[in-house]
Design a protein around this ligand. Structure first.
Ligand code: SF4
Ligand code: SF4
Length: 227
C-alpha cells in the first residue's frame, strides 16, 4: 500500500474515532491542557501527516521548537503497542517501561493550545475524560473508550507496520530529515534508530471479553475503509 493510501485511511480513522467518542459526555475542551505532556507517542505515519501539514501551512518553525524543547525525561517506548499485545498474549515479559508523569509539557503547546490540533496524533486524540483532569488529577475514561483507543492505536500501527513508533518529539525529529522522509515514503526504512521502535501488524487485538460484542460494528467500520 502506498503512503497516500495509508494517509487516506488514517484520515478516515480519525473521522470514525471522533464520531464514536463524540457520543460520550466529555469534559474536554479548548485550553484544557493537562493531558498535553512530553510523554505523547505516535507512529511515523502520524508524524508524516503532521510534517505535511506544517509544510502546507508554512509553520515549519514548530520543528525548531520541538528540537529545542524536547524534554530529556520524556517517555520513550521500549516496544510498539502491537508488539506489546503480542508479548502479553504469549505470556512473555514485556520490557520495563519508565514513564515519568512529571516529564513536563508537550514541546508545541503554546498558551494552553495545540497548534497542531486538527492533525494531532491518536496518542493525543485518545486522551479524553468525563471529568476535568485538572480537578480530579486523573482522566476519568469510560472503560469502553479505553478499548476503543487500543483498537484504533493498534490499527494505526498496523497500517504503518513498516514504520516506527516513538515519542512525539523523536518521531518529528526523525522526519525532519529529507532523507528519512524520502526513505519512509518509499517504504525503505531499515532497523529502528535509537529512541524509536519498529512497528508491526496486528496479530492480537487488546479487547477485554466484556467489550468483544459491542466493539464488532466499529471493527467492521474500520476494516471496511476503502481507498
Ligand atoms: S483529557 Fe483531561 S486534560 Fe485532556 S482535554 Fe480532556 S479533560 Fe482536559
Ligand atoms: S501535539 Fe497538541 S494535543 Fe498533542 S500533546 Fe502536544 S499540544 Fe497537546
Amino acid at each position: 500500500m502506498d503512503l497516500n493510501a495509508k494517509l487516506t485511511i488514517l484520515e478516515r480513522m480519525v473521522d470514525i474515532y471522533d464520531q464514536v467518542v463524540g457520543e460520550f459526555d466529555l469534559a474536554c475542551g479548548k485550553y484544557c491542557d493537562h493531558c498535553c505532556t512530553a510523554n505523547v507517542t505516535m507512529t511515523t505515519l502520524e508524524g508524516y501527516r503532521i510534517h505535511a501539514h506544517l509544510e502546507k501551512t508554512d509553520d515549519m518553525h514548530h520543528l525548531d521548537t520541538i528540537a529545542r524543547l524536547a524534554l530529556p525525561g520524556r517517555y520513550m517506548p521500549g516496544v510498539s503497542l502491537n508488539r506489546l499485545a503480542d508479548i502479553c498474549a504469549r505470556d512473555g515479559d514485556p520490557p520495563e517501561e519508565h514513564l515519568n508523569p512529571e516529564a513536563g509539557p508537550c514541546p508545541v503547546l503554546a498558551d494552553s493550545a495545540c497548534p497542531l490540533y486538527p492533525v494531532r496524533p491518536f496518542g493525543c486524540r485518545c486522551m479524553v475524560s468525563a471529568r476535568n483532569c485538572g480537578e480530579t488529577g486523573f482522566a476519568d475514561m469510560d472503560p469502553f473508550i479505553l478499548t476503543v483507543n487500543d483498537v484504533f492505536l493498534q490499527h494505526v500501527e498496523h497500517i504503518d507496520a513498516k514504520g516506527y513508533t516513538g515519542n512525539f518529539a523523536d518521531v518529528m525529529q526523525f522526519l525532519e530529515s529529507d532523507e528519512n522522509r524520502q526513505n519512509y515514503a518509499a517504504g525503505r526504512l531499515g532497523a529502528a534508530p535509537e529512541g524509536l521502535v519498529a512497528n508491526q501488524p496486528v496479530f492480537i487485538l487488546m479487547i477485554p471479553p466484556e467489550h468483544r460484542e459491542r466493539i464488532q460494528p466499529l471493527l467492521m467500520q474500520i476494516r471496511s475503509i476503502q481507498v
